[in-house]
Write a protein that binds this ligand. Sequence first.
Ligand code: R2B
Ligand code: URA
Length: 319
Amino acid sequence: MSLTQLMYLECICGYESFTFVSHSDCFIHLSNPNIATMKEDVLYHFNLSTSTHDFPAMFGDVKFVCVGGSSSRMSTFIKYVAAELHLDHPGKEYPNICAGTDRYTMYKAGPVLAVSHGMGIPSIGIMLHELIKMLYHARCSNITIIRIGTSGGIGLEPGSVVITQQAVDERFKPEFEQTVLGKRVVRSTNLDTQLVQELMTCSADLNEFPTVVGNTMCTLDFYEGQGRLDGAICSYTEKDKQAYLRAAHAAGVRNIEMESSVFATMCSACGLRAAVVCVTLLDRLQGDQINTPHDVLVEYQQRPQRLVGHYIKKSLGNS
Ligand code: R2B
Ligand code: URA
């Protein structure tokens, strides 16, 4: 067990939080009693099932899970991490474990799993239900899960990386609201505060790009939902937009994306140590269109990968 994992003594169980004083392993707990009664669990959108795949053999050694929107980014990430951890050799391939479906992609290199989640809360939500159950069936312990993504910044130099303190909704509240059986259910969006600090230290170690800790606003839409003026529909003025983004900034929001709230809620409810690390592609106070040259955007998108790659390497005592 690494120093970081030894330092992680707090486990969340059910909705209670308590502190262990020993080096106890933290297992995933599902917040659903029905799963224990099922003979088979089909993870439909991964094309994996407990009756056709040996989850403990396939995934039992996983300690770090990185999730991100795009399939190609996750494929690049696994190759990068494998090289950093000296797990690869010339010609080594990283097959897509979910090759039987085109919904999500999944790659594994040693203790690292990389999974794509698509865009928006519904897409990442479905993926997380199946991922968390998969890790549970695999009897994984002491998992750290990090979303590495892109976002729009508020008042930051483009290319800055934001490590999320709190995921907040469009009213700047640290809440995720869902309709369950026709009723409004509001859950909190806690993230691991110690992990935030460890990632910040890793960014200082690298000293390659500006990094801040701030709140991340999670929205249901890229256009009007994020106060853009350039969608197919727009019902407000530039002045209204500026007032909204400045109010968000005053509430501690430093970036805007579309998955962090459900990610924080689900990981915390199931006892997963979680963080969100997103690069900002533009400063939303300056504009809405992403017109930065392609090669610059590619380099920006590598920044969360380099930061999290360094974190994993350091956690494994490999740096
Ligand atoms: C960031 O970028 C995507 C929209 O372009 C969305 O998935 C997000 O959260
Ligand atoms: N992703 C978002 O959700 N918003 C942006 O402005 C950029 C990337």
